[in-house]
Design a binder for this molecule. Structure first.
Ligand SMILES: O=c1ccn([C@@H]2O[C@H](COP(=O)(O)O)[C@@H](O)[C@H]2O)c(=O)[nH]1
Length: 229
C-alpha cells in the first residue's frame, strides 16, 4: 500500500519545516504551485535531503514544445512524480513524456479536477457528456500517450481500472475522513472508500495540515487507507 501523499499547500519553507518536524518517518509529500512559485527548486532539494518522496504538482498545460522543455528541467530535480493537464492533448502529453526521457520520474495527467462537478463541467467547459465519461476519455488518452496514470477522484477509479488495467496509477485527491468538511472539493471520498475502489495513491491536504495534531491525523488516515482500522 502506497503512503498517503500529504499536500504541502503552504506559502513558505518555514511552514514546511514546521509540518515536517512533527513526523519522524519518511513521507510522500506533494508540492504544488503555491509553494513552488514561492520557494522553487531549492525547496525540492531540501525536502529530498530530508528523505521524503515528492509529487511535484505543477499541472503543466501549454503547447507541446514548451511542455517538453519544461519537463526536461523538472527531470533534473529528481522528483518522483510530475503531472500535466490531459486537456492539453495527446501531443502535449507525448511531448511531456519525451521531456522526462532518461529519468525515473512518473508522469500522470489530471483528468477533471476533483473540485469540478458534472454541472460545472457542462457550464464551464461546454462538455456535455457525463463526468465519468470525460474522465475515462482523458484516462484513455493519457494511457495512449504512454503516461503512468492519472489524477482523478475515487468516484471514477473503478471505471478507469476496467479500461486501463490495475497497473495504471490513479492518484486521488478529494480525500475526506468522514468528520472533515469537503471545503471546495466536489467529488470526495474517505480513505477507506479509496482503498475499496482501487486508488493507487491518495492525496490529503487540509485534513492533515489544518488538523490540531497533523501526525495523529496522518496516522489515522494511513490506517484507514491501508485497512488497519
Ligand atoms: O483534481 C485535483 C488535482 C489536484 N488537487 C490537489 O490536491 C490537494 C488536495 O488538498 P485538500 O486540502 O485535501 O483538498 C490540493 O493540493 C490540490 O491542489 C486536487 O485537490 N484535485
Amino acid at each position: 500500500m502506497n503512503k498517503p501523499i500529504i499536500a504541502l499547500d503552504f506559502a513558505s519553507k518555514e511552514q514546511v519545516e514546521e509540518l515536517l518536524s512533527r513526523f519522524s518517518e519518511p513521507l510522500f509529500v506533494k508540492v504544488g504551485m503555491e509553494l513552488y512559485f514561492q520557494e522553487g527548486p531549492d525547496l525540492i532539494r531540501y525536502i529530498k535531503s530530508q528523505g521524503h518522496d515528492i509529487f511535484l504538482d505543477l499541472k503543466l498545460h501549454d503547447i507541446p514544445n514548451t511542455v517538453e522543455s519544461a519537463m526536461r528541467g523538472l527531470a533534473k530535480l529528481g522528483v518522483d512524480m510530475v503531472n500535466v493537464h490531459a486537456a492539453g492533448g495527446l501531443e502535449m502529453m507525448r511531448a511531456a513524456k519525451r521531456g522526462l526521457a532518461g529519468s525515473s520520474t512518473k508522469l500522470i495527467a489530471v483528468t477533471q479536477l476533483t473540485s469540478t462537478s458534472e454541472e460545472e463541467m457542462h457550464e464551464d467547459q461546454l462538455v456535455y457528456v457525463s463526468l465519468e465519461e470525460s474522465v475515462l476519455h482523458y484516462a484513455k488518452r493519457a494511457m495512449q500517450a504512454g503516461l503512468d496514470g492519472v489524477v482523478c477522484s475515487v468516484l471514477e477509479a473503478e471505471a478507469i481500472t476496467k479500461v486501463c488495467g490495475p497497473d495504471f496509477l490513479m492518484v486521488t485527491p478529494g480525500i475526506r475522513p468522514a468528520s472533515v468538511s469537503a471545503d471546495d472539493q466536489k467529488r470526495v471520498a474517505t480513505p477507506a472508500e479509496a482503498r475499496v475502489k482501487g486508488s493507487s495513491h491518495i492525496v490529503v491536504g487540509r485534513a492533515i495540515t489544518k488538523s490540531e495534531n497533523p501526525a495523529e491525523s496522518y496516522a489515522q488516515i494511513a490506517a484507514e487507507w491501508s485497512g488497519r482500522s
